[in-house]
Design a binder for this molecule. Structure first.
Ligand code: IMP
Ligand code: MG
Length: 171
């Protein structure tokens, strides 16, 4: 298994800076709740929060998606829920990558029942053509084929601590 550089830490920094600026200009003054989807979004959300130049709160939710790659089922389980009260709040779901969009769809549905004032989607990476009907409000970059690791993202729980993003290659 080889690792091919995909986005350097410097490039990620620029991308996160831009996303944080877009988000702050949309949500300034509303004290939004940024909800990171564990585990893959922890690095992105940590940097996003430090660059988000306005009051905001942080929470986390943990999901597991069975049906990734070879398994046909598409079930998304919520393993750990947020603790924040969402009534009347602006909520931003923060993902590492929106691939087929199953996780995002389930979480939008999950939060809609909590009385939030608005629910937006933010993702570092979005698969090209992956979930065409899904409205994603803040996107770091689009990505084509290939499995990426690093900057919070894993392959079998490894590589999350790499400061850059890499494409996983066979052999
Ligand atoms: P979904 O298909 O949009 O629900 O994606 C589910 C989850 O699969 C994402 O949140 C990631 O955790 C994981 N995933 C999808 N593609 C990749 C990848 O290239 N690298 C690491 N994780 C991935
Ligand atoms: Mg994952």
């Amino acid at each position: 298994m080889g690792l091919k550089p995909y986005l350097t830490p410097g490039r990620l920094d620029e991308i996160v800076e831009r996303v944080a600026r877009e988000m702050a200009s949309t949500l300034k003054g509303s004290n939004p709740v940024l909800v990171g989807v564990l585990k893959g979004s922890f690095a992105f959300l940590a940097d996003l929060s430090r660059k988000f130049d306005a009051p905001h709160e942080i929470d986390f939710i943990q999901t597991a998606c069975y049906g990734m790659r070879d398994i046909p089922a598409n079930e998304v389980l919520i393993l750990r829920d947020i603790t924040s009260e969402l009534k009347g709040r602006d909520v931003v779901i923060v993902e590492d990558i929106i691939d087929r969009g199953h996780t995002a769809r389930v979480l939008l549905e999950h939060f809609r029942t909590r009385g939030a004032k608005s629910i937006r989607l933010c993702t570092l990476l979005k698969r090209k053509g992956g979930a065409p009907e899904l409205k994603v409000d803040f996107v770091g970059e689009e990505i084509g084929e290939g499995f990426v690791v690093g900057y919070g993202m894993d392959y079998k729980e490894q590589y999350r601590g790499l400061p850059g993003l890499y494409l996983l290659e066979d052999g």
